[in-house]
Design a protein around this ligand. Structure first.
Ligand SMILES: [Zn+2]
Ligand SMILES: [Zn+2]
Length: 422
């Protein structure tokens, strides 16, 4: 097919109507709205269903309404969106354009992704210098060999902002080499569990080409994080391929409900409903059943999701990196998923006070990446506008700094006189 035509066709239409349905409308669903609902929808002039209405339970919790009707289970109320549908003939073109924007291995390593299963040398690379705190970083050979440091450390509890040794920010001592401390055992143990995504075995279902992934995490004993929910969606078909709650292997010390949407009660309900797997290893297995090393995984700051499941995967589009690099190759700022959705798609997500909805976030990530590759011109326009507002913010910050510097010059005399007056 003609490439020109294809890229024009890539800008296919989103679905126009949604009705109150139970469950997130999947792309390609025949969603029918009544005429009245349609009129109401049109008069509001919105491309998607009005905020917070109609409300519905996510599919996973839907059938859990207890027959005894004691109290409604912890259902998350989220907005009905319609998600893009990609007609079959366009699948190949979408795959091709997504392949083009996968990150190279250096970008992934720089962004904190594990880029290979850890060798002993890699593990040692994580040891930190006792003097300057620099990591040995075998994975990244760019680290400096000379050690610049302050002999006396700051006491953060005492809110010491200056170094007691010299009162300066810049290091006041140097050594020709770093002095590395051994890496803690629990970290080594954790890192030894990292595995590359296995190739698909014969007899298993065909691996998906492009998959959006999102995990929710909770804090467990010892202060580390564990996966508590995993959602994966086929980007081409919009099909939900994994939607599982995960029973953490250790005791949960913080459910992080405002972000994770998880709670003891919800997890118990999910166990009763048979919607759980045990621990990160089973969660990883559930995902591995649908992917192989060539599957493009898409996610927002996906390194955290891969880390939580000890995964090494190299075909990745991270919407955080993708958007950041579009603004500027060396841009340090990150755009969160909520902001990307609002700015790019004019869509509100994460509206529920009960925490993020994993499936909604996964669907939203899918939508963002599709928008970026299908509307490269609009994506560039977005990047230009972000550059402009960053420059504006920077100018404003400098002006503010100048103001406060000027104020500080006058300040000491005033405060001295205040002290004297008291
Ligand atoms: Zn010093
Ligand atoms: Zn050092």
């Amino acid at each position: 097919m003609d490439q020109q035509v294809l890229s024009a066709e890539l800008a296919f239409r989103p679905k126009e109507i949604t009705a109150s349905v139970s469950g997130i409308p999947k792309p390609g669903d025949q969603v029918v709205a009544s005429t009245a609902a349609k009129e109401k929808h049109e008069t509001r002039g919105k491309k998607y269903a009005p905020k917070r209405s109609p409300k519905y339970a996510r599919p996973a919790t839907e059938h859990l309404k207890s027959p005894s009707n004691k109290e409604a289970p912890e259902q998350k109320e989220i907005v009905v969106h319609e998600w893009s549908d990609i007609p079959g003939p366009l699948h190949e073109a979408v795959i091709a354009s997504l392949k083009e924007v996968c990150h190279d291995i250096d970008t992934l390593a720089r962004s904190g992704y594990k880029v290979r299963e850890m060798t002993q040398e890699d593990l040692e690379g994580y040891s930190k210098c006792m003097n300057c705190g620099e990591r040995k970083r075998v994975l990244d050979t760019k680290s400096k060999t000379d050690c610049f440091y302050h002999p006396v450390k700051r006491n953060h509890q005492k809110k010491q902002y200056k170094y007691p040794c010299c009162g300066k920010k810049q290091a006041c001592a140097s050594l020709p080499a770093h002095v590395y401390a051994p890496v803690q055992d629990f970290l080594l143990q954790n890192w030894r569990n990292y595995r590359l995504t296995p190739s698909s075995e014969p007899g298993r279902c065909r691996p998906r080409c492009v998959v959006a992934l999102d995990c929710e995490m909770v804090e467990v004993e010892g202060g580390s994080a564990e996966v508590a929910q995993i959602c994966a969606v086929d980007i081409l078909t919009g099909e939900v391929i994994v939607d599982k709650y995960v029973v953490p292997s250790k005791t949960v010390t913080d459910w992080r409900t405002p972000w994770s949407g998880m709670s003891q009660r919800l997890l118990e309900e999910m166990i009763d409903a048979g919607k759980t797997v045990n621990g990160w290893e089973e969660a990883r297995k559930a995902l591995w059943a649908h992917i192989d090393p060539d599957t493009i995984l898409v996610g927002q700051s996906l390194q955290h999701d891969l880390d939580i499941m000890r995964m090494v995967h190299l075909s990745v589009i991270d919407t955080a990196i993708f958007s950041r690099e579009a603004v500027a190759k060396d841009c340090k700022q990150n755009w969160g998923l909520k902001r990307l959705c609002k700015q790019m798609l004019d869509r509100d997500i994460q509206q529920s006070r009960k925490g993020h909805d994993c499936l909604e976030d996964t669907m939203a990530t899918r939508e963002v990446v599709l928008w970026c590759v299908r509307h490269p011109d609009k994506f560039q326009e977005w990047a230009v506008s972000q550059r402009a507002s960053m420059r504006e913010a920077d100018a404003h910050r400098k002006w503010k700094q100048k103001e406060s510097d000027n104020a500080q010059v006058k300040q000491p005399r005033e405060s001295v006189s205040q002290v004297l007056a008291e």
